[in-house]
Design a protein around this ligand. Structure first.
Ligand code: B3K
Ligand code: ZN
Length: 896
């Protein structure tokens, strides 16, 4: 395996204008006839045509209707003697492949007797020989032929132009895609499926047919996905003027899928997890995720499909932008300012707990990487979530209207083309020539080229005599792999100033004539250090910085506890209100963790008071504040995660982090017991189920109250609350309440947990997605004396456990390996288990194995004895011959 470099990009020597594919579908041996019209790229010196292939059986190659000479070089089919000149050449390639044996779930494969494809990033070469790169865009005509009884539904991209019966019980369908596309957006589906259908008329007046295909029996679980699709279509028209460009738009669900979903043109293929929902089987989170993923894939129809990536280094061009779009869609759907803030907080939590560690670890890479060995390893939180933050900063630097203008220009310039991240920023800046983005564009682009999370340092100085407040902002960024020196970023800092009594102070910078009406404004830090002097400040203010998380940075500021309590109580920016609670929680956790072991032996004193009285009182006030939404209260009462806490430490003892955080949880449970009881009474009856933000927030808070009450009961020996939780497991009217009650019993180690789990299994043994939850709850259970790993090992032998199904593997194995308190064991057994599973899964599905391998990214930060044991486990994987490129790349980087 060798690395590919962005700097080596060259335009293709050949173009493919049209492709006609004919499939004779058979699980054991599918025949693929590929007729292409190719022509030389006149802008590039003449070269042989080199077509990519992978695990194909080649039967025949013809050129312009006759035989030809060809050779194989590795996996490539090389045609050296094609006719000279500009005239198009007709190529015909006949191959076969074995979909039933395809366990990698890349290319053409079979799941539950149905054919599916997954081509992004480089799966099309597993279907036929092709120029498998995104800058080669062609027009497709696809004919599918298969047994009519076994595969009554035959789907591909675009419009169905012809269908009918053939001999021997076979039938066919012919599809024409009216848009040219790169091959990674090709798809076909064939099997016994049923569809929910919806006819809609767009704003532009065009009629469209929407279809959601699932297995018979699942149809009643497709209403929410269909509604989400209709909302997505309406939103993209309203916000960006982008309409559906197809007569028919299809979504198909499969239970065997390596990731969430795939945006194939007009034929999106989805993991069932992001399609199927009813109140009995799906939680509020599932409902919101479905809306967001359906939106995400639909929005790719423009940002990804109409304008695609020139090469895979530009992946964030479509992914960062499309995540930004799905985040905005979810926020606009959420409605109220506070529901928007909750969504923003959720997104930032993912960024900080997953992306920040990635950016500080061995897999760190810029949003636009410079090299890769296996592109599938680069579908990362950096490309997606940090990429979305980089788009969001551009949005904030030009404003909402300006961004819409920029998008319009982007499509005017690039529709139908394969372009770069630079092209995108250029369009946004050019449409807003007077914006700070245009002013700083070359420097802003460092967000695409430099990896690592910048640290933004803020120092405030109040001068009572001069009535000025001087805010000094500076930035630095630690070295990352291959990038020892970093240049300053352009950091938009949305901010305000608050008086001790909680009033917002008018913001007037020195040199400005009058104070701006707004009490929140954006400062742009573009140098290593800059000073901002505010005048007419009549009392010492508390700065509220980086409101709504206006840049993906770590904010370093010496807030006192009292200042943070002021922000928690009074900040008009709900994000920073929440942030204040997190800073305080983190501060007390770190203090306890780094205190000398004998001074705060939390292991032996689980009741230790780690959270001071003033903080507890502030939390009590949040819980009792009628003006705050339940969902927001739930987030304020969520302590920073173990992995986020660990990330702040130079050396991590995961068991100590776990013990301290659990001690803090216990304090929240016992000290606020009366508050939790009141909350339970007020919120536990959520009425008829509706997955809207207000009632979902109530359910979340009720669920947390129940968990806390069960935890306090475990301490006191009381049995009332576990009894109530058990009762709720039995007769809850929806999956959100049922699973949160079950999780409360498991978390509090209630003796009723085992029985509740058994009942839950009996009730849902026919439902794969609910069984995934059942496995996940056990894999992520709070560890008590090392009990989780043996339970996981036993569950691996459960008849419902199937390691080859990615959702099931993730539900048990990934849940366990991402459960720090259970995974990091002094006897190293968690690491041994991890290494065994990586090796096992790599034998049939490298992409899933490589994801699991990433669990060990931060091993170098571990304290002994964990560090040595982790290294031994990683080295054992590395020593394995025949590792996939996917796993090899992750492991090599981890050990480097
Ligand atoms: N574009 C796909 C991801 C493909 C992953 C390939 N390993 C889904 C998405 O981002 O919408
Ligand atoms: Zn995407």
């Amino acid at each position: 395996a060798t690395a590919v470099y962005r700097a080596d990009y060259q335009a293709p020597a050949w173009w493919i204008d049209t492709v006609e594919l004919t499939f004779d579908l058979d699980p054991a041996k599918t025949r693929v006839l590929n007729r292409m019209r190719v022509r030389r790229n006149p802008d590039v010196p003449a070269q042989a045509l080199r077509l990519d292939g992978d695990e194909l059986n080649l039967a025949r190659v013809m050129v312009n209707g006759g035989g030809t000479s060809f050779k194989m070089e590795g996996d490539q089919l090389v045609l050296e003697n094609l006719p000279e000149g500009d005239a198009p050449v007709e190529l015909e390639i006949f191959t076969t492949c074995a979909p039933a044996k395809n366990t990698k779930l890349m290319g053409l494969y079979v799941s539950e007797d149905t054919f599916f494809t997954q081509c992004e990033a480089e799966g099309f070469r597993r279907i036929t020989y092709f120029l498998d790169r995104p800058d080669v865009m062609a027009m497709y005509t696809v004919t599918l032929r298969a047994s009519k009884a076994q595969y009554p539904v035959l789907l591909s991209n675009g419009n169905l132009v012809e269908s009918g019966d053939l001999e021997d019980g076979r039938h066919f369908a012919k599809w024409v895609d009216p848009h040219k596309k790169p091959c990674y957006l090709f798809a076909l589906v064939a099997g016994k499926l049923v569809a929910r259908e919806q006819h809609i008329k767009s704003r532009a007046g065009n009629e469209h047919l929407l279809q959601v295909y699932v297995r018979p029996g699942d149809l009643e679980k497709t209403e929410h996905a269909m509604n989400s699709l209709m909302h997505s279509i309406a939103w993209d028209e309203a916000r960006f003027g982008l309409s559906l460009d197809l007569e028919r738009f299809m979504i198909v669900a499969t239970s065997d899928f390596n990731m969430g979903a795939m945006e194939n043109k007009g034929l999106n293929i989805f993991n069932t997890k992001y399609v199927l929902a009813n109140q009995a089987t799906a939680t509020d989170t599932d409902y919101f995720n479905i809306e967001s993923v359906v939106g995400h894939e639909y929005f790719h129809n423009w940002t990804g499909d109409r304008v695609t990536c020139r090469d895979w280094f530009q992946l964030s061009l479509k992914e960062g932008l499309t995540v930004f779009r799905d985040q905005e869609f979810s926020m606009d759907m959420a409605g109220s300012a506070s529901a928007r803030a909750v969504k923003r907080i959720d997104d930032v939590r993912v960024l900080r707990t997953v992306q920040f560690p990635e950016d500080a670890g061995p897999m760190a890479h810029p949003v636009r990487p410079d090299s890769y060995i296996e592109i599938n390893n680069f579908y990362t939180v950096t490309i997606y979530e940090k990429g979305a933050e980089v788009v969001r900063m551009q949005h904030n630097l030009v404003g909402r209207e300006g961004f819409a203008r920029g998008m319009k220009l982007y499509f005017e310039r690039h529709d139908g083309h394969a372009v770069t991240c630079d092209d995108f920023s250029q369009a946004i800046a050019d449409a807003n020539p007077d914006s700070p983005l245009a002013q700083h564009l070359p420097q802003f682009r460092r967000w695409y080229s430099q990896a690592g999370t910048p640290v933004l340092k803020a120092v405030g100085l109040y001068d009572a005599a001069a009535q000025t407040y001087t805010l000094t902002l500076s930035q630095r960024c630690a070295p990352t792999v291959g990038q020892p020196e970093k240049l300053p970023f352009v950091i938009p800092v949305q901010m305000g100033l608050i008086s001790a009594s909680g009033q917002e102070i008018a913001l007037r910078l020195q040199g400005e004539d009058t104070a701006q009406a707004a009490k929140s404004r954006m400062l742009v830090l573009a140098e290593a250090e800059q000073r901002f002097v505010f005048t007419n400040v009549t009392e010492a203010p508390v700065p509220s910085l980086l409101r709504s998380f206006s840049a993906p940075v770590v904010l370093e500021c010496d807030f006192s506890d009292a200042e943070l309590l002021t922000l928690l109580a009074h900040d008009s920016d709900p994000f920073n209100q929440w942030e204040a609670s997190q800073r305080l929680g983190l501060r007390y956790a770190l203090k306890a963790i780094t205190a000398p072991a004998d001074a705060a032996d939390t292991d032996s004193q689980p009741g230790a008071q780690l959270l001071p009285a003033a903080f507890m009182q502030a939390l009590r006030e949040v819980l009792g504040n009628d003006k705050l939404d339940a969902a927001f209260k739930d987030l304020v009462l969520t302590l920073p995660s173990e992995s986020y806490i660990a990330e702040q430490l130079a050396e991590v003892d995961p068991q100590r982090v776990h013990a301290v955080r659990e001690a803090m949880q216990l304090q929240l449970a016992t000290a606020l017991q009366a508050d939790w009881e009141a909350l339970w009474l007020a919120h536990s009856d959520t009425g008829a189920y509706r997955p809207d933000h207000v009632s979902a927030g109530r359910r979340a808070l009720a669920g947390r109250a129940l968990t806390m009450l069960c935890l306090a009961s475990a301490q006191s020996g009381d049995t009332v609350w576990p009894g109530k939780a058990y009762q709720r497991c039995k007769d809850a009217g929806n999956m959100t309440d049922r699973s949160s009650a079950l999780s409360a019993l498991i978390y509090s180690a209630s003796p009723l947990a085992a029985q509740a789990l058994q009942r839950f299994h009996a009730l849902f043994q026919q439902d794969a997605l609910v069984l995934d939850k059942w496995f996940a709850l056990q894999g992520s259970a709070c560890d008590r004396g090392g009990n989780v790993l043996p339970a996981v090992k036993t569950l691996m032998k459960h008849p419902d456990f199937q390691i080859k199904n990615p959702n099931r593997a993730r539900s048990l194995i990934f849940s366990f390996c991402n459960n720090p308190g259970a995974f990091h064991r002094t006897d190293a057994a968690g690491y041994v288990f991890w290494a065994d599973r990586v090796i096992e899964i790599d034998g049939f599905n490298p992409q899933v194995a490589a994801r699991l391998a990433r669990v060990m990214d931060r091993w170098k930060k571990l304290a002994e004895p964990y560090r040595t044991a982790a290294q031994a486990a990683i080295e054992r994987v590395a020593a394995k011959p025949n590792l996939s490129n996917d796993v090899r790349e992750v492991i090599t980087r981890a050990l480097a």
